[in-house]
Structure formats: C-alpha cells, structure tokens
Write a protein that binds this ligand. Sequence first.
Ligand code: NDP
Length: 326
Amino acid sequence: MSDSFRALRLNKNDDGQSHEFVELTENDLMEGDVTITVSHSTLNYKDGLALTGASPVVRVWPMIPGIDFAGTVEKSSHADFKEGDDVILNGWGVGETHFGGYAGKARVKGDWLVKRPAAISAAQSMAIGTAGYTAMLCVMALADTSTDAGEILVTGAAGGVGSVALALLSKMGYQAVASTGRKEEEAYLTSLGAARVIDRNSLSEKGRPLDKEQWAGVVDAVGSHTLANAIAQTKYGGTVAACGLAQGPDLPATVMPFILRGVTLAGIDSVMAPREKREAAWAQLAEHLDLDKLDAMSSQATLDDLPALGEKILAGQTRGRLIVTL
Ligand code: NDP
C-alpha cells in the first residue's frame, strides 16, 4: 500500500517478549490530534530497557517503542500545529503506553509536541533526544551555581546524558569533571569539554556520610552509592541534580549534607515535565549546545540495528548518542 510505513513492533506472550519489523498504515496508529511523518528517532537507556524487556517499561502490548522522535506534521486538528511544522517529541509515555518513534509515522496529542528550534536539524534533535534534553534540565537545575564556584561533577560521563551535560557545562563556562568507568574514553571526554576525568570506582563504593567538599554542583545519571558519595562531597550550598539510575535506584545516604551544608538534591524528570519547561530547555539547547561537539558524540543507526543496540546500551557499551534514521 502506498501510504504504508515500516515499524519495529514489540510483542509479548506466554513465551516472553519478541520483536518484529512490520508494514503498517495510519489506521494502525493510536488516537491523537496530530499525525507526524517521523524522520528520525534515537536510542536512550529507557529504550534499551523496552527493547530487551529488562524492565517493565512497555505497559501496553503490542507496542512500537521509541520514547523520542522528530518529524514533520502531516495532519493536525490541534490549534498550535499545522501541516509542515517541524516537531520534536520526548517522553509523555510514548514508546511505553502510546506507539512511539520506531516507525515511519506517529500520531500523538499535540500538547505533547515541541516545535523544533530552527538552529537544530531533525537529526541533531534526536542526537540530543531525551538524554540530551534531560542533561539540559539538569544543567538548568544548577542555574544558581556560579561558574566560579568550583568544579561540577558529571557521572556516567561517557553515556548520553553525561556527554551532553559535559558539552553544555563547558560551553556555559563551568569547570566540568567527568566520572567514567571507561578510561579509554578520556580523550573523547576531554574533547567534549571535561576539565579532567576521574575513575568512577572512586565514587561507586559505600562512602562516608560527609566527605571532603569538592563539587560546586553535580549532574548524576548513576544513582546508588555514586549519588550518595557525590552528595557527601558537594560544597556548602551546592546543588546535586539527580536524573538516573545506571548503577542502581537506591540512595544509601544520610541527611548530613542537607542539614550541615545546605546541599540541595534536585530531582529531574523529563517524561512528564510541563510543556513550558520543555520549550525553555529546547531553547537553551539551541543557544548553548555546541553542534560540532554534538556531531562528534553521535553515531548513526537504522531500525534494523535497534534490537542489538538495545542490549549494548544496557551493557554500557554505547558511547554518546545515537541517531536512528527512519
Ligand atoms: P547511557 O547508557 O548512555 O549512559 C549511562 C552511563 O552510566 C554509562 O555510559 C556509564 O558511563 C555509566 N554507568 C553504567 N553502568 C554503571 C554502573 N554500574 N555504575 C556506574 N556507572 C555506570 O544512558 P543515558 O545517558 O541515556 O541515561 C543515563 C541514566 O539517566 C539512565 O539511568 C536513564 O534511565 C536516566 N534517564 C533519566 C531521565 C529522567 O527523566 N529522569 C531521562 C533520561 C535518562 P561511563 O561508561 O562513563 O562510566
């Protein structure tokens, strides 16, 4: 059929989860007031969880995964969007409870969409993706931290959130310190703007409730002992933006850094963030993200590569960001 498009679909039955590549038509899409021709998507950690079934990210079956997409509006009955508008979608349960970005077309609520800033191409917007937009939300949470207050720690630095956070922080004039388990990525992390690189093992074991004050602020994508140690090492009055759980969802910390040093723990959620905050984040990404650095941290993939790449991102074997061309 001429209006058919290709999609990656996840199925689940008594034998477990499986994937297939299917040809669909618009009639197969879910409810929504805007239909989009999807040009690009990406792979985030959460997409890895959905693709492999390692965590119950997908809650409606069958599902087209992909929590992000970029594309052009084909049809719209939403007041804010018209045919030809270039749009971005991040989160809102897309790829979890509503068909997502791993398909040639998508239909969603217009309220979930953000207009793509002119300075950022569709491919670049997916190189940013939820990971990069979350990095921006983390950096926005550090807005009260002056650039001469000291070093900002970035954990999970060679991953998607970490890579974009490093590029943003260095462009904005901060001294960013990259914590990584991949020493071989030191040159990459320095090229993104890390002032220095530390071994993540120095943060990943149980530490002291209060440690030597080192960080003016923190962007943490890792959680668990790493986050607890980062909090314990944050300087008086500093802010720790917590967005991830690559090491674990636990937080084996004490209240001491909060009550003795006035440290702030800022929780970062990208999925249900209100539209105004998203628009502010995308406007700041357009202003502050060095697109040459973004290109340097991005690699390309197709729909067919995604099942294998889902395994790799969970194993910590992908670097930076991945652009999926539909
Ligand atoms: P990536 O897999 O690209 O990056 C995660 C990085 O964490 C890895 O590259 C690795 O960095 C580090 N890491 C992995 N395993 C461990 C471990 N056991 N101990 C310490 N460090 C580890 O994922 P993303 O950047 O896309 O996402 C990062 C985290 O943020 C995820 O947990 C994700 O779920 C979360 N997230 C949350 C969002 C929100 O709305 N709150 C939105 C987007 C992501 P290195 O090799 O440098 O050590």
